[in-house]
Ligand binder design. Structure first.
Ligand code: SF4
Ligand code: SF4
Length: 277
């Protein structure tokens, strides 16, 4: 799906073999998402919690949550299957927030131990990124996706109902403040550590669309390599909202393309997706 789509970038970090971060090798790059992370520490108003996380995944189809050993087994089977020769990326994208689940780290360690050549990637809402970045670096995660939907507190507080952080629940501007600070600090730290960083933004017309150019500039300043604008899938508290049209997304991408390379082929894969992208 991505032959012609990622915009050419001078940033060499976008060319390290991950089908979703790369401008080359698309046809021969495969990925497997391991659904080992059921818990989440924030509440996005578009999320139906029992479904896959919208960080990287299409809501609406539940995944079977795997234990770390089962996840490793899945990688072993995938390597032995007909797509094995193309499989070069193992990612953890949900169904909740990977960083909020100890299983994530155990799984990544197991995969690294058995398949040191595979690229490890992970997607997160970013709340725990500053405190977990050292673990990700130690384990050898090289590609990171952070979902950031707004960089101003007013907009963010309309998108997130609450966050759970350090054993407290925060709502409103307090929640937005902590989340935004950690997301942006996390992007900066990850970039400084040499990870390739993609920011996912769920486009919610009338709510966060006008702020997307500012968001793009801010995350670029923090070191993000790539931006992925994803159309809202209206559900949960946002079931009544109108999703952006294809044209609206195209228009926004045109606006922000001079700021950051755009990923245009994301299929909003399920947390247990497998195959070529
Ligand atoms: Fe749902 Fe993902 Fe948001 Fe958590 S971060 S509430 S799992 S969409
Ligand atoms: Fe790639 Fe998007 Fe699928 Fe993740 S959800 S593997 S970024 S196409």
């Amino acid at each position: 799906c991505c032959q012609d789509l990622i915009q050419e970038s001078t940033n060499t970090r976008l060319n390290q073999g991950h089908p979703c971060f790369s401008t080359g090798r698309h046809q021969k790059a495969g990925r497997i998402h391991l659904a080992v992370a059921p818990a989440c520490n924030i509440s996005c108003n578009y999320c139906v919690r029992k479904f896959d996380c919208a960080n990287e995944s299409r809501p609406g189809v539940t995944s079977k949550v795997l234990k770390p050993e089962e996840a490793l087994q899945r990688v072993i089977e995938a390597k032995q299957s007909s797509m094995g020769q193309y499989l070069n990326v193992v990612g953890i994208a949900g169904p909740g927030d990977p960083l909020a689940n100890p299983s994530t780290f155990k799984t990544l360690e197991l995969v690294k131990e058995h398949f040191p050549e595979l690229i490890l990637c992970l997607s997160t809402n970013g709340l725990l990124l500053p405190e977990k970045i050292d673990d990700l670096v130690r384990i050898g995660v090289s590609h990171l996706t952070v979902t950031i939907n707004a960089i101003d507190k007013a907009t963010a507080s309309a998108i997130y109902s609450y966050i759970r952080w350090k054993e407290h629940t925060y709502i409103g501007f307090d929640a937005a403040h902590i989340l935004l600070q950690n997301q942006l600090e996390g992007v900066k730290l990850a970039s400084q550590e040499g990870l390739t960083v993609k920011v996912n933004t769920v486009v919610i017309p009338g709510l966060n669309d006008a702020g997307i150019p500012d968001l793009a500039r801010e995350v670029k300043r923090r070191g993000a390599d790539l931006l992925n604008l994803m159309p809202l899938i209206p559900q949960a508290k946002f079931a009544h909202r109108v999703p952006p049209s294809h044209e609206q997304i195209q228009e926004l991408r045109k606006q922000v393309a001079p700021i950051l390379p755009q990923m245009t082929h994301c299929q909003q894969c399920r947390a247990d997706a497998i195959g070529l992208v």
